[in-house]
Design a protein around this ligand. Structure first.
Ligand SMILES: *Cc1c(COP(=O)(O)O)cnc(C)c1O
Length: 233
């Protein structure tokens, strides 16, 4: 068995255990394998180990892998999620090649993605990224601006607004990790209460996925724990 297949088993077991502890069903949490900086061979090894969802942060790199994998494995195409910062001059490639975008933080980007989503594809599935830690340097929509942004994005014809995403600052222990995830969950519940049909809380990475699942994550984005440490660029 490949190292990646073994790591995937360990991560899946962590998800099962975290769900059991919180009284949640295992099927309620989707595992997204974050393959940024990884070669196509690593993605392929994960596909062979049964992994179906992959996250990419950089547009050109991600599209290159999507096309390479389509050649390798036309019948078992994975589901590709764009999770990185997105500039307006790169939206077309994302609209044409990805199924999901987790990192919407401005209306202008959402509008372009909707206009550029090809007719033959289903609507692009999107989450709004929220700056839960409130740090000026961090990306994401400010919590105060979230309700209006959600209402406007939900009205775009070629996007389906599915939920919220966050990347909190690293925290020292489980209780501290839970706080920003709980805050995101409260915003999610408020928006549902306003009538938005949201079903996705994209939160939790290699080091904090248990806390995220405890607070209701429906999608965890895991890179290092599956593929090993990334090289510093
Ligand atoms: C890199 C990245 C991840 C995965 O982080 P790990 O700590 O390697 O699990 C998850 N989400 C986003 C948005 C990322 O950029």
């Amino acid at each position: 068995m490949s190292a990646i297949a073994l790591n995937l088993q360990v991560v899946r077991q962590k998800i099962i255990t975290a769900c059991a502890k919180s009284g949640r069903q295992t099927g309620a949490v989707r595992l997204l394998a974050v393959s940024k900086t990884r070669p196509v061979a690593d993605v392929w090894a994960a596909i062979l180990a049964g992994q179906s969802d992959f996250g990419e942060n950089y547009v050109q790199e991600g599209v290159g892998k999507i096309l390479a994998l389509r050649e390798l494995s036309p019948l078992a195409e994975p589901v590709w999620h764009f999770i990185g910062p997105l500039q307006s001059n790169k939206t077309r490639l994302v609209a044409e090649h990805f199924t999901w975008v987790h990192s919407i933080e401005r209306f202008k980007i959402a509008e372009r993605l909707s206009a550029q989503r090809p007719e033959h594809l289903p609507p692009l599935q999107v989450c709004i990224q929220v700056n839960v830690s409130g740090e000026a340097s961090k990306s994401g929509c400010a919590p105060a601006d979230l309700p209006e942004l959600c209402r406007k994005v939900a009205a775009l014809p070629r996007l389906t607004l599915r939920g919220l995403m966050c990347i909190p600052a690293p925290a020292a222990d489980f209780a501290a990790q839970c706080q920003p995830f709980a805050a995101l969950r409260r915003m999610f519940l408020d928006l549902q209460g306003e009538g938005l049909p949201l079903d996705t809380l994209s939160m939790g990475m290699s080091d904090d996925l248990e806390a995220a699942i405890h607070e209701g994550a429906t999608c965890v984005r895991v890179g290092t724990a599956i593929f090993g440490a990334r090289k510093k660029s």
